[in-house]
Design a protein. Structure first.
Length: 239
C-alpha cells in the first residue's frame, strides 16, 4: 500500500479547491516535510488563535496576512515582526485586519500566519520557475534592491549538479557581500549551495511545482533559513 506524503496531501488539497497558489503556511509545511530549513508558520484564524500559536512557539514572533489575493504581504501592511508578548500579538492582529481590509478591500482573508522571528542575516533569494523553452530553471541572488534594481542574479537549468550550485552562488556581482565586508560576518556559502541543490532535487521529484520562491532566505555565518515561501503549482491540465 502506498501512503500519501505531506506533500501529496497539500498538493491534492489545493487542486481539489481549484487553486494553483499555495499559501505561505502550505508552502512552508511542504518545504519542512521535504527537509528544507524554513521558519515554520502556523495558520491562525482569529486573534485568540494567533496568541495560542505564539505561546507555543515562544516570543518574539512574526505575523503575516494569509490571503490568496495578496502576493506582496508587506505592501498592504500584512507583515509585522518582533511581537514580544500576547498583548502585542492581539493588537497586531486587529491592526493588521483593519489595515489590510482598507488597502485591499476585496481580498479574501484566510487569517494570519504566526512564526518565530529569525535572527537577522544576509538576505538572499532562491527561486525556481518554468521556462517555456528550457523547463525548470533555478535562480539565485541577493535580496531586496539588489535583485529588483540591479538584476544581479544567476540562473541554471534543473537538475543542478554541485558544480552548478557552487557557480550560482559565486557568479553574482554582490559576492563580496556574501563573503563578508569590513569585518561583517559572511554567509555560509556551502549552506546556500546545499539549499540550491535541495530545491533543484525537489523540483525534479515534484513536477507539479511550476514556481517556487524563497524570498528572502536569511544566510548566516553558519546555516541559512527561508523566512518567506511561495509555491505555485502547474494547472492540472499542464502536467
Ligand atoms: P512579502 O514578501 O510578502 O512582503 P515576507 O514574508 O517576505 O513578505 O516578509 C517581509 C520581510 O519581513 C522579509 O523580507 C523579512 O525581512 C521580514 N521577515 C519576514 N518573516 C520573518 C521572520 N520569520 N523572521 C524575521 N524576519 C522576517
Ligand atoms: Mg517575501
Amino acid at each position: 500500500m502506498t501512503s500519501l506524503t505531506v506533500t501529496d496531501t497539500i498538493i491534492t488539497q489545493a487542486r481539489s479547491e481549484g487553486r494553483s497558489l499555495l499559501s505561505e503556511v502550505e508552502s512552508k509545511n511542504l518545504l519542512v516535510a521535504e527537509g528544507i530549513s524554513v521558519t515554520d508558520a502556523q495558520l491562525a484564524k482569529d486573534a485568540d488563535e494567533a496568541v495560542s500559536v505564539a505561546e507555543t512557539l515562544g516570543y518574539p514572533v512574526v505575523m503575516k496576512i494569509i490571503s490568496p489575493d495578496i502576493a506582496h504581504k508587506s505592501d498592504v501592511g500584512g507583515v509585522v515582526v518582533g511581537l514580544a508578548d500576547s498583548g502585542e500579538v492581539k493588537s497586531a492582529y486587529d491592526e493588521m485586519m483593519a489595515k489590510v481590509s482598507s488597502v485591499a478591500s476585496t481580498a479574501r482573508i484566510d487569517g494570519v500566519s504566526v512564526q518565530n522571528m529569525a535572527e537577522p542575516g544576509i538576505e538572499v533569494i532562491v527561486g525556481a520557475t518554468t521556462d517555456p523553452q528550457f523547463g525548470p530553471v533555478m535562480m539565485f541572488g541577493l535580496g531586496g534592491v539588489f535583485v529588483e534594481v540591479l538584476k544581479d542574479v544567476s540562473f541554471r537549468i534543473v537538475p543542478l549538479e554541485s558544480r552548478d550550485a557552487k557557480q550560482m552562488v559565486r557568479e553574482i556581482d554582490a559576492l563580496p557581500i556574501l563573503e563578508g565586508v569590513r569585518g561583517q560576518d559572511g554567509a555560509d556559502l556551502e549552506a546556500l549551495e546545499t539549499l540550491l541543490l535541495s530545491i533543484s532535487e525537489l523540483i525534479e521529484r515534484r513536477p507539479e511545482i511550476a514556481e517556487l520562491d524563497l524570498n528572502p532566505v536569511f544566510a548566516y555565518s553558519n546555516g541559512a533559513i527561508a523566512v518567506d515561501a511561495r509555491i505555485v503549482l502547474h494547472s492540472q491540465n499542464d502536467v
